[in-house]
Ligand binder design. Structure first.
Ligand code: ADP
Ligand code: MG
Length: 244
């Protein structure tokens, strides 16, 4: 279980204020959806949660402790564009997620550890409906299947926090219902905290336990970079938590 707190956080690049005075508390097993205009700092916010970008002021706390200033296996991210390795099979792509976590130096697991990893990968492949495609390469999969695999590649590492940056934005609208079902299933099975950026307001309401709207409260037409966006709405939602 993981709680995330953001206190008086500012992010600027040179004189360009991207985010200003962001304050937030997210409880255990929440599904946070984030909407806001293009360029208002949503991806930057996720990059800070991942630990590949530092706030200029203020702090991020995970379970009350400062967020480590580098990525770790407790946080995973999925982008709009697939991050799969084209020369590896579906199963190998999934195993790689585990190998980089458990054997970061060699990237290889052996013996009992490898058998455990294979078991885990096969179980997850079944959960995402790609069992039959285990030996295919990413280019042989549809966009939706590739994105299922990208999500599974993060989930297999059992992150406490999963970051999704417009994960379904590049997909055929016809398959979003399937993707929603999948992400809710994984979120309930693994009890992660999810932060998902989306430009689809309907999606943000359908999936989230909390909706954040990022927007500017101050605008200077003479100096568009003088003020940043902040959280203007923080709306608790019902979400789709399983009963257990
Ligand atoms: N590394 C960087 N250096 C300078 N400016 C950046 C950097 N990363 C992002 N920005 C700027 O921060 C703003 C917010 O970007 P971003 O977080 O990608 O917005 P969003 O995801 O909401 O569309 C943009 O104006 C962008 O140009
Ligand atoms: Mg973005």
């Amino acid at each position: 279980m993981t709680q995330v707190t953001v206190k008086h956080m500012w992010k600027e690049y040179g004189g360009h204020v991207v985010l200003e005075n962001v304050n937030l508390h997210v409880g255990d097993h929440e599904f946070v959806t984030i909407v806001g205009a293009s360029g208002c700092g949503k991806t930057t916010f996720l990059r800070m949660l991942l630990g590949i970008e530092a706030p200029s002021r203020g702090e991020f706390l995970i379970d009350g402790r400062p967020l480590p200033g580098e990525p770790g296996p407790d946080r995973g991210i999925v982008f709009q564009r697939y991050s799969l390795f084209p020369h590896l099979t579906v199963l190998q792509n999934l195993l790689l997620g585990l190998e980089l976590k458990d054997a970061p130096l060699t990237g290889r697991l052996f013996g009992a550890a490898r058998r455990r990893a294979l078991d885990k990968a096969r179980t997850l492949l079944a959960a995402i409906g790609l069992e039959a495609a285990a030996n295919k390469h990413p280019a042989q999969l549809s966009g939706g299947m590739q994105q299922r695999l990208s999500i599974a590649q993060s989930v297999i590492r059992e992150p406490k926090i999963l970051l999704l940056d417009e994960p379904f934005g590049a997909l055929d609208p016809g398959i979003t219902a399937d993707m929603h079902e999948l992400i809710i299933k994984l979120w309930n099975a693994h009890k992660m905290t999810i932060f998902m950026v989306t430009h689809d307001l309907k999606e943000s309401f359908a999936l989230g336990t909390r909706l954040l709207v990022f927007d500017k409260v101050r605008i200077d037409p003479q100096a568009p970079e003088a003020f940043g966006a902040t959280i203007t709405y923080n709306i608790p939602l019902k979400g789709q938590r399983s009963a257990s």
